[in-house]
Design a protein around this ligand. Structure first.
Ligand SMILES: [Zn+2]
Length: 314
């Protein structure tokens, strides 16, 4: 029995076929082209799913989807996706009609959390918090072995927890959010304040000629001993520690999994983050919690495939 996993991103939509033990059998992707509207998107998604059905036919039993934004998992509606600029788009029903497969949709960080729970941790822990560190910051929680939704399906908006009252402006319209300090866009904005000559910096630290000013560049600079780059990562770690400490105090997880592009700079932000966690007054949850980093860049689509199977076969 196989499941299709779909990750709807701002730029690309990824599809995978996976079996229940997490073996990846096929993958595909297409440009999301959100500006052409949901109907255009659904047509292309339907075609991509059909392509996978031709190869795997009756072995396929479910479709799981993750999308960045506010998702209503009950109705399969993407209520608000700022990066796609869509509101109230129903995705699971039309896809079910088209494919006759049971279809489930969740927030993308929830699917990454499920992927971490099944693939990275092999269900060894019952209480898992996953943080997705990319342009934005998302989170998902597995509590007592179940994906936690909250009252409206919106649980896990960790990126918009305030870490600095009245602080830096955030993409959500608020100020002082964790994402406004530790999202990749915010990290680069802070780096630009400290690094005087950006083009010389990129020439020196970019991995290739085509690279721009990005977090990889900033990581390379830190590795080469660049003081400002190291300072930016250290500040990032401190803020992340402050945000994470609050979440750990509330949830008391067995394990926290960090994933997403920014987590690749672990060597440079993790020491400052761990220092903040080590200084908390209520010691027990911090002594117990394991901090893991996942390098699976497709944890969202992999988690979605496994979550779809879990729901369909329950
Ligand atoms: Zn915010």
């Amino acid at each position: 029995m196989l499941g299709i996993g779909i990750d709807i991103g701002g730029t690309n939509t990824k599809l995978v076929v996976m079996n229940r033990s997490g073996k990846l059998l096929a993958q595909d992707r297409f440009k999301t082209e959100a500006d052409k509207g949901p109907r255009h998107f659904l047509r292309r998604l339907g075609a991509a799913v059909e392509g996978l059905r031709r190869d795997y036919g009756r072995q396929l039993v479910s479709i799981g989807m993750g999308a960045a934004g506010d998702v209503d998992p009950e109705r399969g509606v993407l209520r608000f996706a700022p990066n796609l600029k869509w509101r109230d788009v129903g995705l699971t029903r039309p896809l079910e009609k088209l494919t006759r497969l049971p279809c489930f949709m969740e927030n993308d960080a929830n699917m990454a959390a499920w992927g971490a729970y099944e693939l990275e941790l092999k269900r060894r822990y019952e209480n898992v918090l996953a943080l997705t560190l990319g342009t934005g910051i998302g989170s998902g929680m597995i509590l007592a072995g179940k994906l936690y939704h909250g009252a409206t399906g919106s649980a896990g908006e960790a990126g918009h927890v305030k870490v600095e009252p009245g602080g830096r402006p955030c993409g959500c319209g608020g100020r002082g959010c964790l994402e406004a300090y530790c999202g990749s866009r915010a990290i680069l904005a802070r780096a630009r304040e400290l690094i005087k000559d950006e083009s010389a910096f990129v020439r020196k630290y970019a991995a290739s000629d085509r690279e721009r000013f990005n977090t990889i560049c900033l990581t390379n600079a830190a590795a080469a001993g660049h003081a400002a780059a190291r300072r930016v990562w250290e500040e990032t770690g401190r803020r992340l520690g402050e945000g994470l400490a609050g979440l750990i105090l509330v949830l008391n997880p067995d394990c926290v999994v960090l994933t997403g592009g920014v987590s690749r700079a672990r060597k440079w932000f993790l020491p400052a983050m761990m220092k903040v966690l080590g200084k908390q007054q209520i010691k027990t949850p911090f002594e117990k919690v394991k901090i893991r980093i996942s390098d699976d860049a497709d944890l969202g689509s992999h988690g979605a495939a496994l979550f779809g199977l879990e729901k369909a076969l329950k």
